[in-house]
Design a protein around this ligand. Structure first.
Ligand code: GDP
Ligand code: MG
Length: 285
């Protein structure tokens, strides 16, 4: 599996993060609650050193709640501060603000400053918008801070850097790549939609069979038959009356991403990669 990788771009982002690190008190690392380990930055420590950080498992509204609770316990055991949020809902950010209040150093009299980092599509922009609010005033330049750097004032005690650090996920194994592709965090071309949707269907048939039944009225068929049934049910046809399987595949992946299949997690703590590995090694990939 070849991965598009732009070393120059990445180096620039890393420099931006390192420069901003001096200005912030806390780094908020966003992950996707449906696969918090696969979307986590494995080299975060080398990037941020011993700077305070909080892992925000975002899109918690789309993840399996039981599994999210298992992740919270897991990270706590690892000494990682983690919190699950739905950043589309303002009221859900209270816990985050409480946590940020707790990490504030007593010696720092000014507002706590934080920045958001994470891989693509985990919700960085959504969280920034939600924290900043519509009326939020962009704060004036802070002494010692370059002019084009903008701080968003969240409240009297909290400021947020308006530019997130977008990092490319780093992964060695195929199974992580598959999860990232399903979640929309890596380029689609990595795996085509059809293959990706067949993999997702296999996963759902084993772990969330009811979700497929409820959404598409299908069960206990093979993944390929399920794609065909989706095309049939939705009237996806190409010329000559042939089912448009590619459209079914895209629909399934997009509807999964939007949570239309219900709350589904893609990984559990301390689970052997068994299932995904098996799929990854099958010829459909
Ligand atoms: N359901 C749900 N969707 C979210 C949440 N956060 C972001 N999204 C959606 O995820 C997609 C990617 O979000 P975006 O903020 O652009 O991600 P970014 O690439 O990290 O900046 C958008 O369609 C958002 O509406 C969340 O907490 N829950
Ligand atoms: Mg963004």
């Amino acid at each position: 599996m070849d991965i598009q990788w732009y070393p120059g771009h990445m180096a620039k982002t890393k420099k931006m993060i390192k420069d901003n690190l001096k200005l912030v008190d806390v780094v908020l690392e966003l992950t996707d609650a449906r696969a918090p380990l696969s979307t986590h930055l494995p080299d975060i420590n080398s990037l941020i050193g011993n700077k305070n950080s909080i892992m925000i498992m975002n899109k918690a509204d789309l993840a399996d709640k039981k599994i999210t609770d298992m992740w919270l316990k897991y990270f706590k055991k690892q000494g990682i501060k983690a919190i699950a949020v739905n950043s589309l809902k303002k009221s859900e950010l209270k816990n985050l603000y409480n946590l940020l209040g707790n990490v504030k150093k007593k010696t720092v009299l000014r507002s706590t400053r934080c920045m958001i980092i994470g891989i693509p599509n985990v919700g960085k922009s959504s969280l920034i918008n939600q924290m900043a609010g519509r009326k939020s005033a962009r704060t004036a330049d802070i002494p010692g801070v370059t002019r084009n750097k903008m701080w968003l004032k969240v409240d009297d005690n909290l400021e947020l850097l308006d530019t997130p650090g977008i990092l490319w996920p780093k992964f060695e194994d195929k199974t992580t790549g598959i999860k990232l592709a399903i979640l929309g965090s890596i380029k689609q071309e990595l795996l085509d939609f059809e293959k990706l949707s067949l993999i997702l269907i296999k996963y759902l048939l084993v772990n969330y069979p009811q979700a497929l039944k409820d959404r598409y009225g299908v069960d206990s068929s093979t993944p390929a038959e399920i794609l065909e049934k989706i095309a049939q049910n939705r009237g996806f046809l190409v010329e000559g009356g042939v089912f448009d399987i590619n459209r079914s595949a895209k629909t399934l992946i997009n509807e999964f991403r939007q949570g239309k299949l219900g709350r589904i997690s893609l990984e559990k703590p301390e689970e052997k990669e068994g299932f995904w590995l098996e799929i990854a090694n099958q010829d459909i990939v």
